[in-house]
Write a protein that binds this ligand. Structure first.
Ligand SMILES: [Zn+2]
Ligand SMILES: [Zn+2]
Length: 335
């Protein structure tokens, strides 16, 4: 990565293939000559001094490399600088860049217009260059994930919204303060609010993780386990969703012992971690630094069903069709 210009790297712990000691794998992406997206990966073992270079050059970045970069730096978003004057030019740039079908390019265009594209900092810088060459101005925004819409059965969302508004109407100021079965997750905005909530949880409750969402305002919302995420979110879109468990560390301070993005209602990408980290940081809660249980959701382009990718096996469990490397669960519906 010793290249001038845009580059990003991350390091992960691995086992040395020669001596079995703890080794370091360094991965990165960078813009080669200002416009080509290259990636590299190499391992170094301090014990036996083995250096192995896996790759350095152009090509599609493997998912594990992207995941390491996103975990270390968070996602970056690319937004249009202004109204899109020439959608055809943008479509052309997106199609050339993705090397894919017109349909895939259209999906990217919809995403660009609606949320902005999201990915690693180098990927977004690369798209910015490619779009710029076609006369489409876009700007890189750091530190934003995407908004996840509810993608589960519609009747669950309808029920959640109905209960939520009913509870709003009946209990004046009733912000689900007891959280005892009241619909809508309890918003926890400060360390004090968290301590108040956690302090009255029983040992049995704390033994299992809770349902959570991070709302679009960056606030953690908590609900009893097995609550529907869409109910926890009051039917709204979220920045992330999953399950989170808390315990008292030595000294009595609260900490996070488990956290996942397991929500089949929202199917958030693993890249939503920074939103979760920011919400926990805001409460002063020490956390593991990443999802302890990271779930890879993909929608099958063949049969349209949403499933979980297990052990890096990007094949649909329902129809054996190939699944894409990029998160695609909530591709925008055609206008
Ligand atoms: Zn070694
Ligand atoms: Zn399928």
């Amino acid at each position: 990565m010793g290249v001038a210009g845009v580059g990003q790297g991350a390091r992960t712990a691995v086992r040395c293939e020669q001596c079995g000691s703890a080794a370091v794998r360094s991965v990165g992406q960078f813009l080669h000559r200002g416009r080509e997206l290259w990636w590299d990966a190499e391992c170094h073992c301090p014990s036996c001094d083995l250096n192995t270079c896996e790759h350095s050059g152009p090509g599609a970045t493997p998912e594990d490399v992207r995941t390491a970069l996103l975990a270390a730096h968070g996602p970056t978003r690319l937004r249009l600088s202004g109204p899109l004057g020439d959608p055809v030019a943008a479509l052309r740039a997106l199609r050339e860049g993705s090397g894919g079908s017109l349909r895939a390019a259209r999906e990217l265009l919809d995403e660009l217009r609606e949320f902005g594209l999201s990915g690693t900092a180098v990927e977004m810088a690369w798209w910015r260059v490619r779009l710029g060459e076609r006369g489409v101005a876009a700007e890189v925004e750091e530190g934003f994930g995407r908004a996840y819409r509810y993608v589960g059965p519609p009747e669950l969302r309808e029920a959640a919204v109905r209960e939520f508004s009913a509870a709003r109407g009946s209990a004046a100021g009733g912000s689900a303060a007891s959280n005892g079965g009241t619909p809508g997750g309890l918003p926890v905005r400060t360390a004090g609010e968290f301590a108040g909530w956690a302090g009255v949880r029983t040992a049995a409750e704390l033994a299992e993780p809770f349902t959570f969402v991070v709302d679009l305002g960056g606030v953690l919302r908590l609900a009893p386990r097995r609550s529907e995420h869409v109910a926890c979110a009051g039917g709204e879109s979220v920045s992330s969703a999953g399950e989170v468990g808390f315990r008292r560390a030595g000294g009595g301070a609260w900490e996070v012992w488990t956290v996942s993005n397991l929500s089949t209602g929202y199917c958030p990408d693993v890249t939503s971690w920074p939103a979760v980290a920011a919400a926990l940081d805001r409460l002063g809660l020490p956390h593991p630094g990443g999802f302890t249980h990271a779930v890879v959701f993909r929608r099958c382009p063949g049969c349209g069903r949403c499933g979980i990718v297990r052990e890096g096996h990007y094949v649909c469990v329902f129809c054996d069709g190939d699944l894409p490397e990029r998160w695609n669960v909530d591709d925008p519906v055609p206008a």
